[in-house]
Design a protein around this ligand. Structure first.
Ligand SMILES: Cc1ncc(COP(=O)(O)O)c(C=O)c1O
Length: 532
């Protein structure tokens, strides 16, 4: 087969004096050229050897850049057949679609739709015909909170999800930083009010997100909140009017589902597959949603990474329909294979993405710190909402975290935890393969702090979780994450917080519990079965 001639990348400039690594600059340059439509689908990139010669860099630099583009789906490659711009990125999606003409006064299109919508102001209609009848699912049974509330308040037992390695946190160092801040308290720190949170921390977070997550942001766009849950709450208040429709992943993050229900939104469950949220299915189901809540880096709970094609489609929908995308990037730090994928926010050219991050996974959930990164024209709305909802988390906590980041401890801790969690995941998979065959199918994952174990067909995950709880094991049934039933039943197993001994013993207890599941089902709720 004759190969097409490679495109020329001679215009690409690399800056050797920049602090950004050369492979990263090269990756950025090619990616930008693809997104701007300068490199079209099917175009062949130069070979790594010839590009390295042209740019006078090592071949490794080019290999690293190509590898990252490959992982993210911008290019496709075959050994000996060259590297091509992926054809699943249709031209029409690449250049940002033109914004629809505003029907109201200038700026009306980007105005929020929640508590900050002026009375009498009409929701922009975008000239679309009357909306079809509005779907939505009935409110969940919130009595489950009595159950989960009791479970979450106790110290974690295997395999509670969402808990980091508390046994490996640098508590002594943390104590020293805390004491140092305490000794040097200034009236400005404790007596002042800090719009959107402690400025030095907002600067450090903005720099971290630009560098590690590819966000386009300034410190002014960063709003500190008391964990992701408060971020979700602010987003609902600011952006959603009464009965607004929200696309949610099904399965997805149950505490967000309940929060949006409580805020009066209508949930539109959207299936997820190996490429993340199925945007086409969502559009077919109800295209006029006001917001989409997504976890593109690591879909919660199933773990898929959203493909670039889906990301672009989602952004196109949001720009075209004046909808918002709430990107929950809850544990992107923990990816064990490949580099972490840049956040969706970095691809947004029309200010439609609200980015949400948490420190619950890197520090510990009780510190209650998270952050929002909002588009520039939403800064006022969000900081006012934050002020009305009680400002921000305690300022001293923020100052301690700022020191932790600025002095390099944050980066070191993440690196240490990444290899610890990969090891713990390996232990769990090994133990499960040894003890749970036929009871629960558990496989490795590329990222995250939990695994999904699949139950044999016809087994109830709630019932299985109940048997596990009797045996001293906390697992979350997958069905709790579903707004609409899915066919398969599974259990979510957190591993980050548990050492090898607890993992091996925990799996043994699980095996005993799951072998017992055929017995007469218990009538007791999970919480009753786990009371000490
Ligand atoms: C999908 C998802 N988002 C966010 C969070 C973090 O929540 P928070 O910051 O409120 O502790 C979690 C924690 O388990 C999560 O699984």
């Amino acid at each position: 087969m004759k190969l097409s001639a490679p495109v020329s990348l001679v215009g690409l400039e690399l800056h050797r004096d920049s602090t950004t690594a050369l492979h990263r600059q090269l990756y950025d340059g090619v990616r930008q050229a693809i997104l701007a439509g300068q490199l079209v689908a099917g175009a062949r990139l130069p070979s790594t050897r010839s590009l390295a010669d042209t740019l006078e860099v090592s071949r490794n630099t080019v290999l690293l850049a190509y590898e990252q583009l490959l992982i993210e789906g911008y290019v496709r490659g075959k050994v000996g057949a060259g590297t091509y711009v992926a054809s699943c990125l249709p031209d029409g999606l690449l250049r940002p679609p033109p914004m629809p003409m505003p029907s109201g006064p200038p700026g009306a299109l980007s105005r929020p739709g929640g508590i900050f919508r002026r009375s009498g102001q009409r929701r922009p209609t975008n000239g679309s015909p009357r909306r079809p009848s509005q779907p939505g699912v009935p409110a969940p049974d919130v009595s489950r909170w009595r159950v989960w509330g009791r479970l979450l308040a106790r110290s974690p037992r295997p395999f509670r999800i969402g808990v980091p390695a508390l046994d490996a946190f640098p508590w002594k160092l943390w104590g020293r930083l805390l004491a140092r801040q305490w000794r040097s308290l200034s009236p400005a720190l404790v007596g002042g009010k800090h719009p959107s949170g402690y400025r030095p921390l907002r600067e450090l977070i903005a720099a971290y997100l630009r560098d590690a997550r590819g966000l386009a942001c300034t410190p002014d766009q960063v709003i500190l909140v008391g964990g992701s849950q408060q971020g979700l709450d602010l987003a609902a208040r600011v952006l959603l009017g009464p009965r607004a429709a929200v696309w949610v992943e099904n399965p997805g993050y149950p505490w967000a589902h309940d929060l949006f229900h409580a805020a009066g939104a209508r949930l539109i469950p959207v299936p997820v597959d190996a490429e993340g949220l199925d945007v086409a299915a969502a559009v077919t189901r109800y295209r006029h949603a006001r917001m989409a809540l997504v976890t593109p880096s690591h879909q919660f709970p199933l773990g898929a990474t959203m493909s670039v094609a889906r990301r672009l489609l989602l952004l196109q929908w949001a720009s075209h329909d004046n909808a918002w995308i709430l990107e929950d990037d809850y544990n992107s730090e923990y990816r064990y294979r490949g580099q972490p994928l840049p956040a969706l926010q970095g691809l947004d050219r029309n200010g439609r993405v609200i980015y949400l991050g948490t420190l619950s996974k890197v520090l510990f959930p009780g510190w209650r710190l998270g952050y929002l990164v909002v588009p520039p024209d939403l800064i006022d709305a969000f900081s006012t909402a934050s002020f009305l909802a009680g400002y921000y988390p305690p300022i001293l906590n923020q100052a301690v975290l700022a020191d932790f980041i600025a002095e390099g401890h944050f980066g070191r801790h993440v690196r240490r935890m990444r290899s610890l969690y990969e090891e713990r995941q390996g232990r769990l998979v090994e133990a499960a393969k040894r003890r749970l065959t036929g009871l629960l199918a558990v496989d490795t994952a590329e990222a995250g702090m939990h695994l999904v174990g699949w139950l044999p067909a016809g087994t109830s995950d709630v019932e299985a979780a109940r048997h596990c709880a009797y045996q001293g094991i906390d697992v979350l049934p997958l069905s709790v994450c579903c707004v609409e039933k899915i066919r398969k039943h599974g259990l979510l197993l957190g591993y980050a917080a548990f050492d090898e001994r607890s993992i091996v013993d925990g799996v043994q207890q699980m095996a005993a519990a799951l072998q017992r599941r055929d017995r007469k089902p218990s009538r007791q709720p999970i919480a009753a079965s786990v009371e000490m």
